[in-house]
Design a protein around this ligand. Structure first.
Ligand code: HEM
Ligand code: HEM
Length: 146
């Protein structure tokens, strides 16, 4: 169970990061242009949201089943003093939950926003912030070790 969820959390991470970057880029390119916010832009936003929510679900399961998390939670005081454990079970999950919330708000707001420019700008700001937060606490060394 643990290794399956960890593997999924590892590979879906690439999909989520690419889709978030794509949604952000669409937002940047559309913000100050005459571009029309088309169905393909809405779909990329939706796929980015689905991928990040999938990461959330997998991440929450990891917090329960991961031996790394179980060990850390058994002595939280010691875990907080250990930079690696603190990053894995506190900083990374906490920051990413905020990022998922931002992406969710961004998706809803971009749907409701009036005007193409607003839709792009909202996508840029919320998906961009979500991506920045995720990158700030991403274990790159683990992401690129197979
Ligand atoms: C722990 C797991 C999850 C939680 C807590 C969660 C929570 C939420 C919340 C609060 C919303 C906002 C609803 C609204 O706009 O009023 C939402 C929307 C959404 N979620 Fe999740 N979600 C989870 C997992 C998933 C998964 C696994 C998927 C897909 C594989 C998914 C797909 C979506 C989609 C597509 C929407 C947007 C609906 C829309 O466009 O209005 N979620 N979710
Ligand atoms: C889109 C957002 C996210 C990305 C890109 C991401 C990416 C990653 C990556 C690359 C790893 C290392 C995997 C490995 O060792 O092979 C990891 C580990 C982990 N992630 Fe995430 N993650 C995200 C969201 C979350 C969320 C929302 C949570 C919790 C609510 C979470 C909880 C964890 C935990 C607990 C681990 C450590 C598991 C272990 O080493 O046993 N992640 N994440």
């Amino acid at each position: 169970m643990y290794s399956l969820i960890l593997t999924l959390h590892h590979y879906v991470a690439f999909i989520a990061l690419i889709l978030l970057a794509w949604a952000t880029l669409n937002g940047i390119l559309g913000s100050n242009s005459e571009k029309v916010f088309e169905d393909k832009h809405r779909k990329i936003n939706s796929f980015a949201l689905i991928a990040t929510h999938t990461m959330l679900l997998l991440g929450l399961i990891l917090l329960v089943v991961s031996p790394v998390a179980q060990h850390a939670f058994s002595d939280m005081g010691a875990a907080m003093k250990n930079a690696e454990a603190r990053k894995a079970v506190v900083e990374h999950p906490f920051t990413n939950i905020i990022a998922v919330v931002l992406a969710t708000i961004g998706n809803a707001k971009s749907k409701k926003a009036l005007g193409n420019g607003r839709k792009f700008k909202v996508s840029f700001i919320f998906y961009g912030l979500a991506l920045l937060l995720i990158l700030s606490r991403l274990p790159f060394e683990k992401l690129f070790s197979f």
